[in-house]
Design a protein around this ligand. Sequence first.
Ligand code: ADP
Length: 288
Amino acid sequence: MQLIIQDLNKTYSNGVHALRGINLTINQGMFGLLGPNGAGKSSLMRTIATLQEPDAGSITLGDINVLTQKEDLRKILGYLPQEFGVYPKIDAETMLNHLAVLKGITNSKERAETVKVLLQKTNLYEARKKNLGGYSGGMKQRFGIAQALLANPKLIIVDEPTAGLDPAERNRFLNLLSELGENTIVILSTHIVEDVKELCTDMAIINKGEVLYKGSPLTAIDEVSGKIWRRRITKAELTEFKQNHKVISERMIAGSPIIHVYADQQPDAGFESVQSDLEDVYFAKINR
Ligand code: ADP
């Protein structure tokens, strides 16, 4: 099954053109949608999840026309939104059981078994009697995945899931995502390059509503290989370097800036070659 997005456009009533002719074909496996804040990721995710309408374009999942057969899509969709609210005074097991009823799992024995398996899978079984209000950020996100998996989804969308998680929680969450079936399309929308690098076999970079790159992360890294140069400079030199070179990123290390420059040849003897990374690809595309 493939998710095919064609010529998708959306302008909000305030005039923001959030999606500008998006074309993407997404296969089974883990797909990373990478872009800075405001790039249009959530707009795209919400449109695929049938929560908002585009102005133009089409989306199909297998033989489902997502924009007209919303109910059919929702039956096989697992969606974890950016802001995932939970009822604070209900424990995880009760809540999941309740959501399972809403999903139509009416047989109580089957439901109890499903809930148990999902709590175990998301490593929440021990904390199943604890109220959701007392859950950490990572536990809430894992609960979000548990509820998203209730319907045995064929398409799973997770929007910015690791923002605000500490490193250990983030690892646990990413490991959980990576275990989701190979027969499922999982779209991971994020502004964190590492998330995509670690997990995704295929990806797209979007900015200002446009797709700037689509392909595998490894191919993307290969494409800029040998073209990324690093130099330590002083703060005072930064403006000048930015004027004269294609500075794709700058970061402070021990109080002075290290810049990465994109160039076919070594810009001057002060620069050293660095092994390119997905982060370089990302910044080269975003800051082009
Ligand atoms: P991302 O998820 O990549 O941060 P969004 O899709 O949330 O990006 O936003 C893309 C652009 O659309 C931003 O400029 C944002 O301010 C704008 N935007 C998002 N949602 C709305 C909305 N409901 N009404 C008006 N503008 C919106």
